[in-house]
Design a protein around this ligand. Structure first.
Ligand code: GUN
Length: 292
């Protein structure tokens, strides 16, 4: 069993980007500038956005944090989006999800300029992804593709089972793994909450990617020997013995699944850290495209 170390791999990627930023500076070029919009004070969202901004500073990007009140109206948020779209200094930005219930998420994501949509959530970019055109890939699926590639995990002709059909992980993951080329070229089954007898699929899977948010859901008796397991789950499970009062728990029961796997991601330290590295990679791409 080999661990797919997202913590180390994400550090490698950030170092590669930092080196490129130094080259850009030496050439007198503008460095990439990323903004993150956060609405309200959701604890997990604040943590994620904080890490994104901190990572920008580490690698030499410019960054802007836009903190907005929980009570902002949809119209006011759309005005802010318009301002960011028109800000010529800004290469890319993200609107951290989830948004408060009174705001139509789809409407907000549709308003983001696709050329600045470094999360890859805009339908134009989602379509380009499906059509194998150059675009910003959604950060979490992109991070998984990068892990598979850097660890040289074989994917061609393999049966990949994705669990969960969310717009930001499961659905794009299923598309990427079936695309032409490496990593990809896989035969994909996309399973979800309405799937019957899910074990029939997981037991026959060469690669399993879980993104459902149910702690320790995938057990050892649901997988075959030699399986590659990618765990996207990051649920906070209460644990009074822990200083923070919770532990981050994945969808995979690591104790029973890891002995049967050829490769497996830990939680934490697997997919999570990769997400930020890939957002930065997308922002670098946005800058390069804008300077062409
Ligand atoms: N919420 C959970 N994951 C993400 C992400 O990748 N991007 C944004 N904007 N919000 C999220």
């Amino acid at each position: 069993m080999q661990l797919l170390d997202g913590k180390k791999t994400s550090e490698d990627i950030k170092n590669e980007i930092a080196a490129e930023v130094l080259r850009m500076k030496a050439d007198g070029q503008k460095v990439p500038h990323l903004a993150a919009v956060i609405v309200g004070t959701n604890g997990a969202s604040l943590t994620y956005v904080g890490s994104k901004v901190k990572s920008c500073q580490q690698i030499g990007f410019e960054s802007t944090l836009v903190s907005l009140s929980e009570n902002i109206s949809e119209e006011e948020l759309l005005d802010k989006i318009k301002e960011l779209n028109e800000d010529d200094d800004l290469d890319g930005y993200i609107v951290q999800l989830p948004l408060p219930k009174h705001i139509d998420e789809q409407k907000i994501l549709m308003a983001i300029d696709p050329d600045k949509d470094v999360d890859g959530f805009h339908p134009a970019n989602f379509g380009k992804m499906a059509l194998e055109m150059e675009t910003f890939l959604p950060a979490t699926p992109y991070g998984i593709m990068e892990l598979l590639e850097r660890y040289k995990v074989e994917t061609a002709g393999k049966h990949t089972v994705v669990i969960g059909r969310s717009h930001i992980v499961g659905r794009p993951m299923s598309i990427l793994m079936s695309r032409k080329g490496y990593p990809g070229d896989s035969t994909v089954t996309l399973t979800h909450s309405r799937t019957r007898n899910i074990e029939e699929y997981t037991k026959n899977a060469d690669i399993i990617i879980t993104a459902l948010g149910v702690p320790n859901y995938l057990k050892g008796d649901m997988v075959k020997d030699g399986v590659v397991v990618i765990d996207v789950g990051i649920t906070r499970v209460e644990d009074a013995s822990h200083p923070k009062g919770y532990v981050i728990t994945g969808d995979v029961d690591f104790a029973s699944v890891s002995p049967k796997s050829s490769f497996i991601t830990p939680v934490p330290g697997g997919v999570g850290p990769m997400t930020i590295a890939m957002l930065l990679k997308n922002t670098l791409l946005a800058r390069k495209i804008r300077s062409r």
